[in-house]
Design a protein around this ligand. Structure first.
Ligand code: ZN
Length: 251
């Protein structure tokens, strides 16, 4: 048998977090089996393919199925932002660890499925496929599952940074206060008279009701947590909403 082929691999710094420290330099040499696809080689380094954009071999773009020959230089680039996800309206499925992020995405009107019990990796991946939802997770094993329709690694463990990561990466359309943060259902306008039976007496007296979830009937009002939620919405709109329609008044 011949000596194992070697590749020279250049990983973009955005992907360094996924590999061992000795592979975080400008490039490194990697022995391969000579038959594995480039996609498999990249995955075996620890980099989820969901995070990979262009793959170049000696400067030419190739597909993940490409099998590079001995002596080639492989360049691995990160996924381009904003990332387009063709084939379905943009919607998401979050794993069990991302409950806070799920509520914030719903607050901004983004279609976000989430269950606060662990249904298991196989069921999550299957649901991603059947509902064509982009699976968000910090679990690289989950992101490697073949059944996935689309997926993305969530880079931070802090909810505010997670939200900025997702908004910057996918540029979803923002429609604050249109979706139930508890169940992802759509909100309909409501007033105190029509939803009175759902309110505690103190709430009915004090707060200004504005919406009700058409799925779970939860009532939304401008109450104690409103200022904090308003701040999250304002920050997201300021940074990520399109400039059109939000210009200055001029003169
Ligand atoms: Zn609801």
């Amino acid at each position: 048998m011949n000596a194992r082929p070697h590749l020279q691999v250049k990983l973009d710094p955005a992907l360094h977090r996924f590999v061992t420290p000795d592979r975080r330099g400008a490039s490194f040499s990697l022995a391969t089996d000579g038959t594995s696809s480039l996609g498999h080689v990249v995955e075996s380094l620890g980099v989820p393919l969901t995070e990979v954009g262009e793959l170049l071999v000696d400067g030419d773009p190739v597909a993940t199925a490409h099998v590079p020959a001995d002596g080639r230089t492989v360049e691995v680039r990160p996924v381009r932002r904003p990332q387009r996800v063709p084939g379905a309206p943009l919607r998401f499925l979050l794993d069990v660890h991302l409950g806070t992020l799920a509520r914030r995405m719903r607050l901004l009107g983004i279609d976000t499925a989430y269950e606060n019990e662990d249904i298991g990796d196989a069921a999550l991946a299957t649901r991603s496929a059947s509902e064509r939802r982009v699976l968000l997770s910090r679990d690289r094993g989950l992101l490697r599952r073949r059944e996935l329709w689309a997926g993305a690694y969530v880079y931070s463990d802090r909810p505010d940074e997670q939200l900025r990561d997702v908004l910057g990466r996918f540029a979803p359309r923002l429609a604050p206060w249109t979706r139930c943060s508890a169940c992802n259902g759509l909100l309909a306008e409501a007033d105190k008279e029509s939803v009175g039976e759902h309110l505690e007496h103190g709430t009915r007296r004090t707060y200004d009701v504005f919406a009700q979830c058409v799925s779970c009937r939860r009532v939304y009002w401008r109450g104690a947590h409103h200022a904090r939620l308003e701040a999250i919405v304002e920050a997201a709109l300021r940074e990520f909403a399109p400039v059109a329609g939000r210009g200055t008044d001029g003169g």
